[in-house]
Design a protein around this ligand. Sequence first.
Ligand code: SF4
Length: 205
Amino acid sequence: MSETSSGQFLPVMETFYTLQGEGYHAGVPAYFIRVGGCDVGCVWCDVKESWDASKHPVSDVEVLARNVDASGARVCVVTGGEPAMYNLEPLTRALRHHGIRTHIETSGVYPVTGDWDWITFSPKKFKAPYESIYQLADELKVIVFHPSDLSWAEEHAAKVSPECMLFLQAEWDKKERSYPLILEYIGKNPQWRLSMQVHKYLGVD
Ligand code: SF4
């Protein structure tokens, strides 16, 4: 049995306290835990160094939760990589023990474990998601890399719950080309909102 299989220990690429820059909670101070390991293989991934879990030291989730609490943050965003590769029950239990809200960002390619206050589902064309994610998602965030991604976004929007918030976000390197498209699309389809990666404009992590 590997050290991480119980979920008590997780490979962690980095942790940082910053602002959530994307989606519904943009602007909220949040402590990020970037878990190592991802097998989705997005060509435009901006954290490719996260992919190989073996390159990242394992941390005890109790220590991680204590560090979040000590930072003063009341929201913890667990991201990756693809955090749902792991059993996240122990991590969310430890965070809740300290009264910290639990948020996760996932591509949905693994069943989500753990107890979450907010689930951001960001599907990727490179690997299909599990069906279970559609009813769990609090927000659907689709990255627009190519104009055809708008119709692809609608395919996912048709499957999420009626309460799920819908966001379109330009892939960072293509944003000059994508913003006009997205703005025009949102104007005609106002159930969608723009997600802007505010942290990148501010120059923070
Ligand atoms: Fe990168 Fe996320 Fe895609 Fe994995 S799912 S390859 S971490 S963008």
